[in-house]
Design a protein around this ligand. Structure first.
Ligand SMILES: [Zn+2]
Length: 52
């Protein structure tokens, strides 16, 4: 998996938890695991439903 950068959102396909990265990862092989599976990078949604 590519190293994750600040602002990236990771999602667990098992339980659906979402994490936001607040510091860049400098590992060559970044694997953040939840529920025993590597988490996936969620598509950054620019159009977040904001009412204001
Ligand atoms: Zn999980």
């Amino acid at each position: 998996m590519e190293p994750v950068n600040k602002g990236a959102v990771l999602v667990c396909s098992e339980c659906g938890v979402e994490l936001e990265v607040i510091k860049n990862c400098e590992c060559s092989n970044c694997e953040i695991v939840c529920c025993g599976k590597a988490m996936e990078v969620k598509e950054k949604s620019s159009g977040d439903s904001c009412c204001c």
